[in-house]
Design a binder for this molecule. Structure first.
Ligand code: PLP
Length: 493
């Protein structure tokens, strides 16, 4: 049996903090007030439910409660987190040190520009670095995440077409796209037209040419796509779209497979969002803040959201005076703390380091692909980029599905990969190790996956009943999501 990494069999029982509450218990001791009691509020204004139902606990009970809960969390600091498309790379702690510098944390978002020169300079420098990495001419850092970046990018596409007299009606999206692509298109009032990718997993110029006409506002393409494959025909496809006056949007969430090696701006792309929280190592997951800057080619520059950071007489200022701008897309100037982290990462690695991280991310994904392809079906048998997609086809005969494999990985100490996405691959397991992992960690993951392939043949019930080592076993996921039971029920009582 593969030796599991980290800790297994965590079976801490922890009730909700409300259930630990005992009336009158406190975590503070204030001195008696030495000022006169204020006049009592009129009876009608007083709440009838005491402390509004807030939990009452001692300090140590509060500390223990949250410390215990924190140990239930699985994150990149715990172990391999191979969620394909999500890029759960390690977040270097130096990023946190810079983001916590008092000069940044104590700057109020409404601080006058003259007193926020350092923050504005950082925004400008990050913009320039991202333009250099991607090959675009200008950029906004406002959007709060990838999906909002897409929305903002398509707003600019629309503004461009409106300025030329016709907003156009359709956006072309390949069948491998992330769900946020059609959503961004719809929110901008466009009809999404799905383009089939070829049997080799990439988009072909003929398929785009067949769908392309003068009512198409843009093609949205993810490169590398969600199968982890480089869209080899991108330059030719961009020409086809441009020839009919359309624009090319690139979903840049997977830029970690390109940075330092190739630039979307050189491939005919007009507009692209970055996911700083994926490619540039800032924390994400669990709803934490992200950042989705949008880079544009010169054709879309006039439409960038306001304000932009600009230089004026040797000072940094916020430029609001942009007639054709699509307006503001986010309060203040976006998630600044995330920008500090991303800027730190870029400066720490430098050009050579960024390129090296791309190479290692691609190498690690290909290592897993080669080590596992004898045991799992590999739908696209070619060199992948930063992630590889396997399926459950070999295991299905024994009644074992992708979901069972994913749940069994939990018993063996690993966070499962992304499953059942992309939708075009039946029973997909999308594995993205990132550059953070060393060879030994990859080998442990391979051993666990190989063990699962063995078990699927010898003892499939081990898989269909997994996980067993967690406090809660296999949940009915639909019911768990729609009717969650959030109170604590001790086992066996
Ligand atoms: C993550 C991702 C998105 C969405 O980004 P968010 O920051 O989660 O909004 C869009 N497209 C692709 C390909 C992604 O991987």
């Amino acid at each position: 049996m593969a030796k599991p990494p980290g800790t297994r069999d965590l079976k801490l029982d922890e009730p909700a903090i409300f259930e630990r509450s005992r009336p009158g218990r406190v975590g503070y001791s204030f001195p008696e007030p030495d000022v006169p009691e204020p006049e009592a509020l009129p009876e009608t204004l007083l709440r009838k439910d005491g402390l509004a139902g807030l939990p009452e606990l001692s300090e140590v009970e509060v500390v223990r409660h949250y410390t215990r809960l924190s140990t239930w969390n699985y994150g990149v600091d715990t172990g391999l987190y191979p969620l394909g498309s999500c890029t759960m790379k390690y977040n270097p702690k130096v990023n946190e040190l810079t983001a916590r510098r008092p000069g940044f944390t104590a700057t109020h978002p409404l601080t006058p520009e003259s007193l926020a020169q350092g923050a504005l300079a950082l925004i400008h420098n990050l913009e320039r670095a991202l333009c250099e990495i991607s090959g675009f001419t200008a950029m906004t850092l406002q959007p709060a995440a990838g999906a909002q970046g897409e929305l903002c990018g398509l707003m600019m596409v629309r503004a461009h077409h409106v300025a030329s007299g016709n907003p156009r009606a359709k956006v072309l999206v390949p069948d491998t796209a992330h769900g946020t692509n059609p959503a961004s298109s719809t929110l901008n009032g466009y009809r999404t037209v799905e383009i089939p990718s070829g049997d080799d997993g990439v988009l072909h110029p003929e398929a785009v040419a067949a769908a392309m006409d003068e009512d198409v506002a843009a093609l949205m393409l993810t490169n590398p796509n969600t199968l982890g494959l480089f869209e080899t025909h991108i330059a030719e496809i961009a020409e086809i779209v441009h020839a009919k006056g359309g624009l090319v949007y690139c979903d840049g969430a997977n830029l970690n497979a390109l940075m330092g090696v190739a630039r979307p701006g050189d491939m005919g792309v007009d507009v692209m969002q970055f996911n700083l929280h994926k490619t540039f190592s800032t924390p994400h997951g669990g709803g934490g803040p992200g950042s989705g800057p949008v880079g544009v080619a010169a054709v879309l520059e006039p439409y960038l959201p306001v304000p932009l950071v600009a230089e004026h007489d040797g000072r940094w200022v916020l430029d609001w005076d942009r007639e054709l701008s699509v307006g503001k897309v986010r309060s203040f100037y976006g998630n600044f703390g995330v920008m500090v982290r991303a800027y730190t990462y870029i400066r720490e690695l430098g050009a050579a380091g960024l390129k090296r991280s791309t190479e290692l991310a691609v190498l690690n994904a290909n290592y897993l692909r080669v080590m596992l392809q004898g045991r799992y079906h590999l739908p696209h048998d070619r060199t992948c980029m930063h992630e590889c997609v396997l399926t459950d086809r070999e295991q299905k005969a024994a009644g074992v599905k992708t979901l069972d494999i994913a749940k069994r990985l939990i018993d063996l100490g690993f966070h499962p990969p992304t499953i059942y996405f992309p939708l075009v691959v039946d029973g997909a397991m999308m594995i993205e190790p990132t550059e953070s992992e060393c060879l030994e960690n990859l080998d442990q993951f391979v051993a666990a996956m190989q063990q699962i392939a063995d078990e699927a043949e010898s003892d499939p019930a081990l898989l269909t009943g997994a996980p067993r080592s967690t406090r809660l076993g296999r949940l009915d996921e639909t019911t768990a999501a729609r009717k969650p039971v959030l109170t604590w029920e001790p086992e066996g009582e």
